[in-house]
Design a protein around this ligand. Structure first.
Ligand SMILES: [Zn+2]
Length: 185
């Protein structure tokens, strides 16, 4: 589960980072290219700017975490250049990475991308398994007894069910928890 990144959404990430660093990365130009091998770069010739690869940033299959890694990696270059005057993957850059939450490694890792893809896939499978629960359905809770699901609220990574247990009240319960701990009537 990824997203399509555009200039605006990347700039929003930079704005957040600027808040913690006091720098102005969000004001720099952002360009897009099509390179597969270079996911992003911080450019200093003709003035500081960022460039990102549309091949990846416009690919909705590419995990959000990987995109954030690349954005923060490039921001750390900008930061290292602004604060220390360096343009390498040296120790001051690594310190910048740690400050902005980027992985302080020079190369983009396919392994990490696969990891996130699988993680998202598992989450989707798990949520798909919860499709059997509908509003109006009765469940048996180990403590509260019989309740009726009145609302299913889908969050990004979970589903919260509001369950009416009559005199015991209405409870908000994670549907995953219900699936493990309650029985369907
Ligand atoms: Zn780099």
């Amino acid at each position: 589960m990824g997203k399509i990144w555009d200039e605006k959404s990347i700039r929003e990430v930079f704005e957040e980072l600027d808040k913690s660093t006091g720098l102005s990365g969000a004001e720099l130009p952002i360009y897009f290219g099509n390179a597969k091998g270079t996911l992003g770069c911080f450019i200093i010739k003709n003035g500081p700017a960022f460039r990102f690869s549309d091949h990846w940033f416009k690919n909705s299959e590419w995990p959000v975490e990987s995109a954030l890694d690349v954005i923060r990696h490039e921001y750390a270059h900008y930061m290292d250049w602004s604060e220390n005057g360096y343009t390498s993957h040296g120790s001051s850059w690594k310190t910048c990475c740690i400050r902005v939450g980027a992985v302080p490694s020079r190369l983009y890792s396919e392994g990490r991308s696969e990891y996130y893809k699988n993680k998202h896939k598992k989450e989707e499978d798990r949520l798909a398994h919860l499709n059997k629960y509908k509003t109006g359905q009765a469940i048996e809770h180990p403590q509260y007894g019989t309740g009726i699901i009145t609302v299913l609220d889908k969050k990004e990574r979970s589903i919260i069910a509001r369950v009416d247990f009559g005199v015991k009240g209405i409870k908000a319960l994670d549907l995953g928890w219900i699936d493990c701990n309650c029985t369907i009537e």
